[in-house]
Design a protein around this ligand. Structure first.
Ligand SMILES: C[S@@+](CC[C@H](N)C(=O)[O-])C[C@H]1O[C@@H](n2cnc3c(N)ncnc32)[C@H](O)[C@@H]1O
Length: 301
C-alpha cells in the first residue's frame, strides 16, 4: 500500500463540466454534489487521466458530472454511469443531452450485483459513490469482472467522520450529541486504508495507493442557501425527521448559527478529508508462458 500527501492545487481543467450557470437551473430538490465537491473534482479528474480511447465505468455516478467529463475526454471511447437513483439518472441524462454528448449511457443498477459486460472497461471511476455497498468485497469483485486485466480503478472516498468537519459539526448541531450513528449506509466505510486495501486485494486489485486530499466542501454563497443545501443531504434530513417539532426547531437554530460561523467572503465552507484511491485490476498469469512480458507470473506455483 502507498500513502501519499495532499495534491492540492496541481490541476488544469481540460474536459471540465460547464458550471451551473452555464447549463441552466438545477433540480432544486436534489443535493448539488457538483457544487459541494468542486475542489475535489479537480483532483479527481486529474487522477482519472481518461484516455481518448478509454471505455470508462462510473460507479454511483449520481447526476453524472464525472461521467460526462470522462466522456468528453474519451473522444474515441465511451462512458457508462451507473446509479441506484432514478431521479439522479434522469438529471444526468438531461444534462448529457443538453451538452450533446453522444458517447455516454446511464444505467439504473446496483453496482454490487449488476451483470456488467465481462473484461470490458479500461477504467473504473467513482466520486464518493463506492462507500455504500452491503458487501464491499462482493461489490468490488463484481466491478473487477467488468474491467480488463490491468485496468485502473480511481476512487474518491471520505476519511474518518472525525476528520470531516462537515459531518461531525453538522451532526452535532442537529443532535446536540456526539454519538456515532449506527446502521444505514455509511459514507465512511472505506476510511481505513488497511481495511480498504484488504477489501480491494480480496476483490482482485493490486497496486493500491492512497493520497490524502484535504479540501473544503462548499455549501453555497450564503448561510441561507447552505441551510437548504445541508438539509437535502439524507444523513441530516433523517436526523431532523426523527426529532419532535420543538427539538427540531432548536436544531435548526443551532444549524443556522453553525453555518453563519462558516460563512466566508467566498461562501460557506467546511473542512473535509478524503482519500483518492488508485489501484489496478489484477493481471492474471499468462496461460502458456509464465515468463511472458506481462510480468504477471508471480501467482504461478
Ligand atoms: C454521494 S453520492 C455521489 C454521486 C456522484 N458520484 C457525485 O459525485 O456527484 C453517492 C451515489 O452513489 C449511489 N449509490 C449508492 N449505492 C450504490 C450502488 N450499490 N450501486 C450504484 N449506485 C449506488 C447513490 O444513489 C448516490 O447517487
Amino acid at each position: 500500500m502507498t500513502v501519499m500527501s495532499d495534491q492540492q492545487g496541481a490541476q488544469t481543467r481540460p474536459n471540465s463540466e460547464p458550471t451551473a450557470g452555464e447549463h441552466g437551473t438545477r433540480h432544486t430538490d436534489l443535493f448539488d454534489y457538483d457544487a459541494e465537491l468542486r475542489l475535489h473534482n479537480e483532483l479527481f479528474r486529474a487522477a482519472a487521466r481518461v484516455g481518448s480511447r478509454d471505455r470508462v465505468l462510473d460507479i454511483g455516478c449520481g447526476t453524472g458530472q464525472s461521467t460526462r467529463e470522462a466522456a468528453r475526454a474519451a473522444v474515441a471511447g465511451s462512458a457508462v454511469g451507473v446509479d441506484l437513483s432514478a431521479r439522479m439518472l434522469e438529471r444526468a441524462r438531461q444534462l448529457s443531452e443538453d451538452q450533446g454528448l453522444p458517447n455516454i449511457t446511464y444505467q439504473q443498477a446496483d453496482a454490487q450485483v449488476h451483470r456488467f459486460p465481462p473484461a470490458h472497461f479500461d477504467l473504473c471511476i467513482s466520486r464518493f459513490g463506492a462507500m455504500f455497498f452491503a458487501d464491499p468485497v462482493a461489490a468490488f469483485t463484481n466491478i473487477g469482472r467488468a474491467l480488463r486485466p490491468a485496468a485502473r480503478l480511481v476512487l474518491l472516498v471520505w476519511q474518518d467522520r472525525d476528520r470531516n468537519e462537515w459531518a461531525s459539526a453538522i451532526r452535532r448541531t442537529l443532535t446536540a450529541a456526539t454519538a456515532t450513528p449506527t446502521g444505514g449506509a455509511d459514507p465512511f466505510s472505506l476510511a481505513d486504508p488497511t481495511v480498504t486495501e484488504g477489501i480491494l486485494a480480496a476483490a482482485g486489485f493490486t497496486e493500491v495507493s492512497f493520497t490524502d486530499v484535504h479540501e473544503p466542501v462548499y455549501y453555497g454563497p450564503d448561510s441561507a442557501t447552505a441551510f437548504d443545501a445541508v438539509l437535502r443531504l439524507w444523513e441530516f434530513k433523517d436526523l431532523l425527521a426523527n426529532l419532535d417539532a420543538a427539538t427540531a426547531e432548536q436544531a435548526r437554530t443551532r444549524l443556522r448559527a453553525t453555518l453563519d460561523a462558516h460563512n466566508t467572503d467566498d461562501g460557506v465552507y467546511f473542512d473535509s478529508r478524503a482519500w483518492l484511491i488508485t489501484a489496478r485490476r489484477h493481471r492474471p498469469p499468462h496461460p502458456i508462458c509464465p515468463n511472458h512480458p506481462s510480468g504477471a507470473n508471480e501467482r504461478l506455483p
